[in-house]
Design a protein around this ligand. Structure first.
Ligand code: TIU
Length: 234
């Protein structure tokens, strides 16, 4: 991990305004880049979505993930899913709507949205290293019913670079939870995607409106540039 004694500062060209971050107290949080959302036959498709809409986020996330690994930044991957006995899956979630398959039903990548099944796993392009943190979450937000707060406190994290899928669902819910807990969140615009392009656009606008009511928004190029041009103080 980065040394916390000498701040390494970078300025991200973000909206609604530039933000300076100390990388030693910043984590990259990658939300739910799972086969269940990204590939045909998973949870996302059972809800009636065109999963090909999400592929565009993979390359930008890969570039920031590589830079984060190179600098020693804390990397957190999240996965939405439920225990095999569904004891952490509220009936209100399981019984909702008219999906082609419900949570827990057998599908082509194993049981839909169940921990340990192939569909629940993270896509190979962004697969976590053994040294990275994986947070399994039953809800849309990464803080609800997880150990994320403890992990971030343990590493002295104050700022989050957030990306993943989907923009208006799990990314937005996590950013709202994080904002209320005092974290500065920078959402990587091209590192997020939605099944609905208009929700992606609005989901980002909602974060940066009103002077950054929930956080900041920057594209992956701006984040990479800030990491490259960082200065060490002291
Ligand atoms: N359906 C949808 O857009 N998203 C989710 O159900 N979960 C996440 O966003 N990860």
């Amino acid at each position: 991990m980065l040394s916390s004694t000498k701040p390494t500062l970078g300025v991200i060209s973000a909206e609604p305004e530039p933000i300076q971050l100390d990388w030693a107290s910043t984590a990259l949080v990658i939300i739910d880049m799972q086969r269940d959302f990204m590939e045909p036959g998973g949870f996302g498709e059972t809800l009636g979505n065109d999963v090909s809409q999400l592929a565009r986020a993979v390359k930008p996330i890969g570039a920031v993930l590589k830079a984060a690994r190179d600098t020693g930044m804390l990397v957190v991957h999240t996965r939405e899913g439920h225990l095999p006995d569904l004891s952490d899956a509220p009936p209100a979630k399981v019984e909702r709507g008219a999906p082609s398959l419900r949570i827990g039903d057998p599908g082509p990548m194993g049981r839909i949205l169940i921990r340990g099944e192939a569909g629940h796993d993270i896509i190979p392009e962004l697969y976590p290293l053994d040294s990275e943190v994986i947070i399994d979450k039953p809800g849309k937000g990464a803080f609800y019913a997880t150990e994320l707060t403890d992990v971030l406190e343990q590493y002295g994290i104050e700022n989050l670079l957030v990306c993943g899928v989907t923009t208006e669902v799990c990314v937005n819910t996590t950013v709202r939870e994080a904002n209320d807990r005092g974290y500065r969140c920078v959402v990587i615009s091209d590192g997020c995607a939605s099944y609905f392009p208009e929700f992606h656009e609005m989901g980002l606008k909602m974060i940066k409106a009103q002077g950054g009511i929930f956080g900041w928004v920057a594209d992956s190029a701006a984040v990479l540039e800030a990491m490259k041009t960082s200065t060490t103080q002291g």
